[in-house]
Every structure is written in structure tokens, then in C-alpha cells.
Design a protein around this ligand. Structure first.
Ligand SMILES: Cc1cn([C@H]2C[C@H](O)[C@@H](COP(=O)(O)OP(=O)(O)O[C@H]3O[C@H](C)C(=O)[C@H](O)[C@H]3O)O2)c(=O)[nH]c1=O
Length: 187
């Protein structure tokens, strides 16, 4: 497994070995051993699956606050997403900064979204299936949403009018969201 670092601390892209042959391919979707050999220690407790039927469906930007913060490992089993990760740890040298990554069924890439980071995914093709594991259970009370088009974040999604859930249509700006992440303290 290849680990690609990004401009955000702890946000890494994983490229697994893919064994192709004339039948198709085989790849280990997740190996605790490979993760730990690369210094990635997580105890995943929940496995999520979402389907975006339409290209232009945008889910996010979401995170759970402490003490129910989640690390996520995101992959695409069918289709493609533009994945966006934002540092929401107050006091972080990269607070409010984001990275973008193309995660597709064809590139087999996964992205690790650590605690203290908001996550968003824009489906680029119809019928995009997103799978992701988390290391903390879902907690609606700690679930937060930041606007995809928050001017403070200045994210170029390359898509003008995405399909959003009601929750995401009513999301907060980063400056207003109820966020208890403090860099170097609670995570
Ligand atoms: C996340 C989650 C949701 N739900 C229920 C709550 C809602 O009734 C329904 C849809 O939830 P939501 O609209 O928050 O789902 P997405 O918009 O796909 O959000 C997710 O996708 C973005 C990209 C993320 O990074 C988050 O992990 C996650 O929030 O599933 C659960 O029962 N368990 C869960 O873990």
C-alpha cells in the first residue's frame, strides 16, 4: 500500500496493491496490518455506504465534534467523487484550509479524514457508491454541517449548482458552526 501525504496534517491518500488478470482484479480493501505498518492506527467500529444517483450530488461538509469525533477512511466502489477535506481545528496553522482529491472506483484510492477535519464528497458521475469506515459511532447530537460554498473556505468544486440535502442547504458557515475542536488540545 502506498501512502500519499497531503498539505493537511494527517490527511493521507492510500493506494492499495491491485492484482489485475484476465478475469478482472483483486485488491485488499482494508488491512489492519498494512495500515499499522504505515503508522495508521484506527479502531473502526462502523462501515457506511451511500449511493448518489445523480452526478452533482454533494454531501457535506460534515464532521462530528469531540468527544464523538470520527476518523473516516473513504473509498468509491462504483463511480467517482471529488473529495474535499477541511481543517476545522481552531488554532491550527492550516485552520480553514482544504485539500481536494479525486477518489474513483478505477483508481482504487482511499482518503483518510482524521478527527478535527470536515469532509465533503461531490459525485462526478451517476450512481456513485461511497463506502467509508469510521472509528466512532454516529452521534446526531455531535453531527455538524458547514456550507459547501462558505466564502471563507473558497472551495472550487467545479460544479455550480449541486444537489444538496435539506440539512446541507441549511448548513452553517465555519465561523458560526458549533465547533469545539482546538488544535493540540481535544484531538
Ligand atoms: C452519517 C450517518 C447518517 N445516518 C442517517 C441520518 C440520516 O437520517 C441519514 C442520512 O444522513 P446524512 O444526510 O447525514 O448523510 P450524508 O449527507 O451522506 O452524510 C455523510 O456523508 C458525508 C460525506 C460525510 O462525510 C459524513 O460521514 C456523513 O455525514 O442517515 C446514520 O444513521 N448513521 C450515520 O453514520
Amino acid at each position: 500500500m502506498k501512502v500519499i501525504e497531503t498539505a493537511l496534517e494527517g490527511v493521507v491518500i492510500l493506494e492499495p496493491k491491485v492484482f489485475g488478470d484476465d478475469r478482472g482484479f483483486f485488491t485488499e480493501r482494508y488491512s489492519k496490518k498494512s495500515m499499522e505498518e504505515n503508522g495508521l492506527f484506527f479502531d473502526f467500529v462502523q462501515d457506511n455506504h451511500s449511493l448518489s444517483v445523480y452526478a452533482g450530488t454533494l454531501r457535506g461538509l460534515h464532521f462530528q465534534t469531540a468527544p464523538k469525533a470520527q476518523t473516516k477512511i473513504v473509498s468509491i466502489i462504483t463511480g467517482a467523487i471529488l473529495d474535499v477535506v477541511v481543517d476545522v481545528r481552531k488554532g491550527s496553522p492550516t485552520y480553514g484550509h482544504h485539500i481536494k482529491a479525486l477518489i474513483t472506483a478505477d483508481n482504487h484510492r482511499k482518503i483518510v479524514v482524521p478527527k478535527g477535519f470536515a469532509h465533503g464528497a461531490l459525485a462526478l458521475v451517476p450512481n456513485t457508491h461511497q463506502l467509508y469506515m469510521v472509528d466512532e459511532f454516529y452521534s446526531p447530537e455531535h453531527d455538524r454541517a458547514i456550507r459547501w460554498d462558505d466564502p471563507e473556505l473558497n472551495i472550487d468544486w467545479g460544479w455550480g449548482d449541486p444537489i444538496l440535502s435539506d440539512k446541507d442547504k441549511e448548513a452553517s458557515f465555519l465561523s458560526d458552526v458549533d465547533n469545539n475542536f482546538i488544535y493540540g488540545e481535544n484531538i
